[in-house]
Design a protein around this ligand. Structure first.
Ligand code: NAG
Length: 207
């Protein structure tokens, strides 16, 4: 049944018949159970610095630990290819070692604040900084990666939070220091926050 729906939706998308985008989006949500489109910030409609936010996706080597998130591996990647406007699985990063020039320049390193800015695109969980950059490479318009450990946050996940932005930022807008009460009563805080800008993209003026 699920596969019938996949192929029905794919036919609509590929043949270009006058299916309204709404219908196709509904099919994508119907198939995956998640809204991985840009309008929904790729399943993370609330940015990470606001209360109630949740990662929109997981990209890494431990998908079974994140069964409640869309994990960008395997069959999901194949299904997403039928929906080019939705989030796509990244091309895996070189691992190890990353090439000396991977297309990014570091703008800040190992600080205790995370970027908050209006050009936020989406956020999820990854295992490594390289995987976060690979996610940025697969999201249209992404120019900036902020990876960090949200200690006590994200349901206690020890994975890196990976936030993506369209503009590049320096440490001046990395002023989300956590401070959100968690369901278990703890307060979250940010460590190991790194910023990476695509080479050649200017730093945006502080907001
Ligand atoms: C990051 O900063 C912390 C706290 O100052 C320090 O203990 C840690 O070694 C640093 N990590 C790196 C990779 O520099």
């Amino acid at each position: 049944m699920r596969f019938t729906k996949v192929f029905a939706a794919a036919t609509l998308a590929l043949s270009g018949v006058s299916a309204s985008p709404v219908t196709v989006t509904f099919d994508l949500i119907g198939i995956l159970g998640f809204d991985l489109t840009e309008g929904n910030k790729y399943n993370s409609p609330i940015p990470p610095w606001l209360h109630g936010s949740k990662p929109g996706w997981y990209y890494g080597n431990n998908p079974f630990a994140y069964k409640d998130l869309p994990c960008l591996v395997g069959i999901i990647c194949k299904i997403l290819k039928f929906f080019p406007y939705a989030l796509q699985c990244p091309t895996p990063p070189h691992n190890p070692p990353p090439p000396p020039n991977d297309g990014y320049t570091q703008t800040f390193s190992n600080i205790t604040g995370a970027t908050q800015a209006d050009d936020f695109q989406t956020f999820g969980l990854v295992d490594t900084v390289e995987q976060c950059k690979a996610m940025c490479n697969s999201v249209q318009g992404c120019n900036f990666v902020n990876s960090y450990h949200d200690v006590n946050g994200k349901g206690g996940s020890t994975q890196l939070t990976c936030s993506l932005f369209t503009k590049c930022h320096d440490a001046s807008t990395a002023d989300n220091r956590g401070g959100q009460s968690q369901p278990d009563g703890s307060i979250d805080f940010i460590i190991n926050s790194d910023g990476w800008c695509k080479n050649g993209v200017p730093i945006s003026d502080p907001q």
